[in-house]
Design a protein around this ligand. Structure first.
Ligand code: PLP
Length: 386
């Protein structure tokens, strides 16, 4: 029997045709496919600027750099995320800290964030930047976080790696109405893929220009922006220390083709989620929270095991499902528990909700192409082991 992963890509003949066209063209990189991908994403999301990069991680890094993050600045993120959500600040030498999650949405807890901000203000240790994560595709409460950012004067990056296609009160996540920058990831497990790839979105021209520089070695070829005025046609100049974080045209062509199917992919994920809400209703599990006005992209479908109603251990359940080809995962181990971050010596008492969450959470398969009979199979295996 085939493996059922927690998520995966769906590639069709149109995707293959579009990538092949680039392979047969003159430009494998730095051609016109990347600008086309950027324009199409910006138009779809209704945001002014989109800057493609070669991963969600590099997108987060140039986003931090463009906000002038410096060594020693303080950055916070949710305890429940992939490490890239905070590594991006570490690359710059920032000091990092985490905020506990909400026990129902598994997103950053607004209550805990506010408490932590009040305390930080007293101690004169307010963060310069908070990176919020729309975990599993469910939007954070953007209006409330934005309001806090005005009071406590921090910048906001939305890590929307899980949430392209998600909606917050009818607006697509990524329009930056309540943030400085949003980032996407196009890794194959995500909603749409470009193989590897990422994107930064913003309405701020200065940030856009900085991100473009950092993406490509800190070099500009635009004579209107030169520090040293030269008329020679061959001239270009490096103005800051940048990277090669460019996306190739091969990847961009796949991204453009996948973008056409964004609505369909998100609908399919929501359809499977709807089936799961019915199929798993009477099992000893907590199903993902639904919030009125929010439309999740369901990058993940996380269920929490009710250990009061089942006598099995987390490991037994995990192993049994994997043995039966259901390739479930834990999203996520608290970031502060990774050996690299353990040296920060975080007090677990500050993260009660996260501690309870990760000991019982598993992500079960959700992706376009997961058939109804496979969903039934997953339900039956869950029922048996629980
Ligand atoms: C929340 C989150 N942020 C950032 C990333 C990094 O994205 P990428 O793998 O494209 O570098 C991921 C990828 O798993 C993610 O889940």
């Amino acid at each position: 029997m085939k493996i059922l992963p927690y998520s995966r890509q769906k590639i069709d003949s149109h995707d293959i045709k579009e990538v092949t066209k680039v392979l047969k063209s003159n430009f494998l990189t730095q051609g016109n496919k990347v600008p086309e991908f950027e324009k199409k994403i910006a138009k779809k999301i209704k945001v002014k600027y989109a800057i493609a990069s070669n991963s969600g991680t590099s997108a987060l890094h140039i986003a931090c750099l463009s906000l002038n993050l410096k060594k020693g600045d303080l950055v916070w993120t949710s305890a429940n995320s992939f490490v890239a959500s905070i590594n991006c600040a570490k690359y710059i030498g920032a000091k990092v800290d985490f905020v506990d999650i909400d026990s129902e949405t598994y997103n950053i807890s607004i209550k805990n964030l506010e408490k932590k901000l009040i305390k930080a203000k007293k101690n004169k240790k307010l963060p310069k930047l908070i990176i919020i994560v729309h975990f599993a595709g469910l939007p954070c409460d953007l209006k409330k976080i934005y309001k806090l950012s005005k009071i406590y004067k921090f910048k906001i990056i939305e890590d929307a790696s899980h949430a392209i296609g998600a909606k917050y009160y009818n607006s697509l996540i990524g329009n930056c109405k309540y943030s400085d920058i949003t980032t996407f990831s196009f890794h194959p497990v995500k909603i749409i893929t470009s193989g590897e790839g990422g994107m930064c979105l913003t309405n701020n021209k200065i940030l856009k220009d900085r991100m473009l520089l950092f993406r490509s070695h800190g070099i500009t070829k635009d004579n209107k922006k030169f520090f040293i005025k030269k008329n020679q046609p061959w001239y270009y100049e490096q103005q800051s220390l940048g990277y090669n974080y460019r996306l190739s045209d091969i990847h961009a062509a796949l991204g453009i083709s996948q973008l056409k199917k964004l609505n369909y992919f998100v609908k399919q994920r929501n359809k499977i989620a709807k089936n799961y809400y019915k199929l798993l209703n009477d099992l000893p599990l907590t199903l993902p929270k639904k919030i009125k006005g929010y439309y999740s992209a369901f990058h993940l479908f996380v269920v929490k095991i009710d250990f009061q109603k089942t006598k099995k251990s987390y490991n037994q359940i995990f192993k049994y499902l994997r043995k039966n080809n259901i390739w479930i995962n834990l999203h996520y181990l608290p970031i502060y528990n990774h050996p690299y971050y353990k040296k920060l010596g975080k007090n677990k008492k500050e993260f009660n909700n996260m501690e309870n969450y990760y000991k019982s959470a598993i992500s079960i398969p959700v992706y376009p192409g997961l058939s109804y009979s496979e969903q039934i199979y997953i339900k039956n295996k869950l029922k048996k082991i629980l």
